[in-house]
Ligand binder design. Sequence first.
Ligand code: HDD
Length: 720
Amino acid sequence: MAATKNGAGKLKGETPAKAPPLPAGSDLPTSFAETPGAGGETHQSTNAAELTMTTQQGIPIADGQNSLKAGPRGPTLLEDFILREKIFHFDHERIPERVVHARGYGAHGVFELTDSLADVTRADVLGTVGQQTEVFVRFSTVAGNAGSMDLARDVRGFAVKFYTNEGNWDIVGNNIPVFFIQDAIKFPDLVHAVKQEPDRGFPQAQSAHDNFWDFASLSPEAWHMIMWQMSDRTIPRSFRTIEGFGVHTFRLVTAEGKSTFVKFHWKPRQGLQSVLWNEAVKINGADPDFHRRDLWNAIESGDFPQWDLGVQLFDQETADKLPFDHLDSTKLIPEEDIPVRIIGTMTLNRNVDNFFANTEQVAFCTQNVPPGVDFSDDPLLHGRNFSYLDTQLKRLGSPNFTHLPINAPRSPVSNFQQDGHMAMRNPKGRANYEPNSWGAEGGPRENPARGFVSFAAEIQAPKQRIRSETFADHYSQARQFYVSQLPIEQKHIGDALVFELSKVERVDIRARAVSHLRNIHDDLAATVADGLGMDLPNAAVAAKPTLDLPPSPKLSILANGPVSFKGRKMGILLTDGSDAKMFAALTAALDTEEATWEVIAPKIGGVTLDDGTAVAAKHKIDGGPSVLFDAVAILPSADGAAMLAQDAPSKDFVSDAFGHCKFIGVGANAKPLFDEARLPAELDDGFVALAKGKDATAFVTACRELRFWPREMNVDLDAA
Ligand code: HDD
């Protein structure tokens, strides 16, 4: 063993696995720093002249640290153009944050098609098996501002931009397959209701307040999505462990104009995984950047996250037979009814090199579809198609936002659109209009064979402001979601509802919320009413009676979890004198599992093990609480354990790991710490003894289950 060991499994700074090269045709710059002539390349240069700091106008700077003054004590002179420009630029650094999904994190990657859909679409990106297409993905929370925390209870955005050979295709989805509302005209109300209340400007990044539940309790259509929102889907362990859904029904269209309906699904190869609510609350304090750090670290270390792209395909005849309207975004089609066909894999393999240029400036638009992909008549989708273009103009300040490298198609762009703020791509030549008679010099021409042709849907209808009768069943799929959950997941839904509604001050709003639960599931309604200490209200008036749909196991997180501890993180608590052999065995077992690990120690300088090996710490104990890990191993020396037993953060470390149902590796000397942390005298099966070397493998194998759920019933008052 080396004399000094790093305090973490895969540290930044180790050589990451190489990202696969970009597919052919993707030679356009992907960040401002790489844009020729854009100025950013000076950061990359090794040329001495170019390394000289300059103004934005390229004037070399001799002193950028002191403003120009009359004498050393001033006054400062107005002629100081270097000061003026630097402050001017700084004053204008901010752009408006997204009105929703403000907090997000992105990464570059590649999509590879593994199953051709050429029989149902002319889209090039879905035609040729093996074809690789560059992608950029941005994950996000919805309600919080850009500076809010990652583990808010919130829907996660899952937006994918494919840079196809036929222009950009954006699937702007969420990690939940349904939405709160059926018609886009209600979107501003929904967003106003969930964001900070306008008079006081809080609460930030949470739905647990009167306005949200007031709106929700007056919107029966929201209650299917509310069941998802109250489930652990909205407190995911990682962006890497969420599903993505295109939500709406789209169309795939052949060259002959034949249409097939499609719903898009992203399935994480990492398996689904969430945290507990109590854990989420603490993670937000310990590491508000938990999700972005996790994604960044995974990609930096070469553990590239992957999602399979799946499609549910169905024709008009099947659509007509579905029990729900396929144009209603508050409904899903159970995978048991129409199976998801996997057609490709997306790999995120490159972190951004500039957050602003990539993640902030990326502009997703639902209306970005290549020939062969088209829209259904979902009224929510149509409103979105209007909204996204609009919002990019507001956010990015110019109709030329498509000229930004992150938004620029990798395929040729050619038209007569010109000028505007910050135009970097103006048509050359004399003709900037059509038709024109300038022949070959006359610029681009339409191409009916290659060009986008809308599906020729027949429409004959009166103009009305009306909601379709076929959208009226609001509770059946909400109930189906609930009965599809494992008991522990059902408990979490009940706990979440009680928590959220306990933050609602108006008692009538609480009661109105519970009245909807009565239409969903009586057990749930009774649990929540009891948890709130209120009488069970009458059921809300339902437009249609709730159907008893069969459970859909695909809707459970726990039934679709990972099969290994790969990509998960172990926290190893060490002190001076800890057992070197056990530490070596455990880290070897974790490396074999392709899991990561980090050392937590009383001092950040690290520890010296019982064989003299020095091990660096990744965290000091109070900076590395157990909520940051999927499982923990407690390996102090005897003296170390006695010391930690007097230390509140160390006691929190073990009692939180216990309370959050984590698997805990028990070193030979851990007991005094457990006793002081008031862990039960009799340890349950979520504790695994780490006495001999081979125990390490048994412990890591146990950790594949991720949590020891039976414990929750013993540690949670609500479970009693
Ligand atoms: Fe939206 C952003 C997803 C309904 C209007 N939305 C936005 C983002 C995602 C979604 C993932 C962030 C994209 C990014 O990372 O930049 N939105 C959805 C889903 C919806 C949905 C899955 C329902 C199925 N959205 C929706 C409606 C409207 C909007 C009905 C308006 C009528 N959404 C916007 C927006 C945003 C946005 C205001 C804000 C920032 C942006 O577009 O680029 O236009």
